[in-house]
Ligand binder design. Structure first.
Ligand code: P1T
Length: 385
């Protein structure tokens, strides 16, 4: 099933990339748990030499990811951050990156604490008004980094508008599509050059795998990323690829329920007397609701909210009382999770920077799972009471 496949999303989720095993007819792609492959003579092999370079289970998953993003090329990595690492390794000292200033703390950390020392300059700016990006692009800018919806403030960045600026200035546009998944949003169709996923989240969907992925239609870029994937070697193992292939088969069903439950939770929180503000792009009052409605098929299951009593202690009290919204890093699994970005996922962003984007000490982030909504609302009620 190729990029040009006319199948719809659910059919692609189930079939793309997977063929009955040629050796046995096994309908599910086997876990090719091997590091190497026999050669009949030096250089004579069946397309597989060494599992860092190629592995059939990983190849099936890479095809599946590419198909879901309507891309020609897909690459899997040992984590979302390893995928980001591969993107930045396409750059050279002196190059500049314009990045959203509201992004996953680990992405900020790898940019500022690792790649800055390699001579790459990162300029973090607000991107809600895409037009302002143009003034931050110099002749050294090689990449625009967008995350939308952003983690954790749920801001929306207009991918199409950014891509028009990127194309005009001949700068690559990469979009971290982790929060949306390809079910809700396809950045390549909106003009992005490269899409990145933390597979760990919704695509894997069961909180049992750490993995990342990239997808692109740019052949030259794909060639370079494939080289880096092999040369740097941050590849996922075949067993994890198998688990993700299995997870993807229900991605569309899970996402439907994540979205339904997300909407119900957002609306419940909005009218709660202890809640100050709910950050969720599905509200008509969200500053970029119209852009979200245009570029996403629905609004997802990620919600952040701040409290009227704006202290870490007030947030901690609620987080400790949750029975179903388990306190843990990560998101996108079938089970609901809660988190405190200021001390957990975004602790590596300095407080002054967090304050600039409104990431307050009372902010709580929810990953709304696919449990029965009545039970989730009950859990919120009792924790906030
Ligand atoms: O954890 P890893 O698979 O390496 O992915 C990193 C990553 C990249 N991009 C976004 C938007 C992310 O949310 C993440 C990981 N985020 C969490 C662990 C979290 O709890 O927010």
């Amino acid at each position: 099933m190729s990029k040009s496949s006319k199948y719809r999303f659910g059919t692609k989720a189930i079939h793309a990339g997977v063929e009955p095993d040629s050796a046995t007819g096994a309908i599910m792609t086997p876990i090719y748990q091997t590091s190497t492959y026999v050669q009949s003579a030096p250089g004579q092999h069946r397309g597989y030499e060494y599992s860092r370079s190629q592995n059939p289970t990983r190849a099936a998953l890479e095809k599946s990811i590419a198909a879901l993003e309507n891309a020609e090329f897909g690459f899997c990595f040992a984590s979302g951050l390893a995928a980001i690492d591969a993107i930045i390794k396409t750059l050279k000292p002196g190059d500049e990156v314009v990045s959203t200033n509201d992004l996953y703390g680990g992405t900020y950390r790898i940019f500022t604490n690792i790649f800055k020392d390699f001579g790459i300059h990162f300029n973090f700016i607000g991107m809600q008004d895409a037009a302002t990006i143009a003034q931050h692009i110099t002749d050294k800018t090689k990449l625009i980094w967008v995350e939308t919806p952003t983690n954790p403030m749920m801001n929306i960045i207009d991918i199409k508008a950014v891509s028009e600026i990127a194309k005009k200035r001949k700068v690559l546009l990469a979009v971290d599509n982790t929060f949306s998944t390809p079910y809700l949003q396809n950045p390549l169709e909106l003009g992005a050059d490269l899409v990145m996923h933390s597979i760990t989240k919704y695509i894997g969907g069961h909180s049992d795998v750490i993995m990342g992925a990239l997808a692109t239609n740019d052949e030259q870029l794909a060639h370079r990323l494939k080289f880096i994937q092999n040369a740097s070697g941050a590849v996922p193992g075949p067993q994890d690829c198998f688990l993700v292939l299995r997870g993807i088969k229900t991605l569309h069903l899970r996402m439907q329920r994540h979205c339904e439950n997300g909407a119900a939770v957002a609306n419940f929180l909005k009218s709660h007397p202890k809640v100050n503000k709910v950050f969720w792009p599905g509200f008509q009052t969200h500053p970029n609701h119209e852009i979200a409605s245009g570029q996403m098929h629905d609004f997802g299951g990620m919600i952040s909210f701040s409290l009227k009593e704006n202290t870490k202690e007030a947030a901690t009290e609620i987080l400790k009382r949750f029975k179903l919204f388990t306190l843990a890093e990560s998101l996108g699994g079938v089970e609901s999770l809660s988190g405190h970005p200021a001390t957990m996922t975004h602790a590596s962003i300095p407080k002054a920077e967090r304050d600039k984007i409104g990431l307050s000490d009372s902010l709580i982030r929810l990953s709304v799972g696919i449990e029965d909504i009545e039970d989730l609302i009950y859990d919120l009620k009792q924790a906030l009471s």
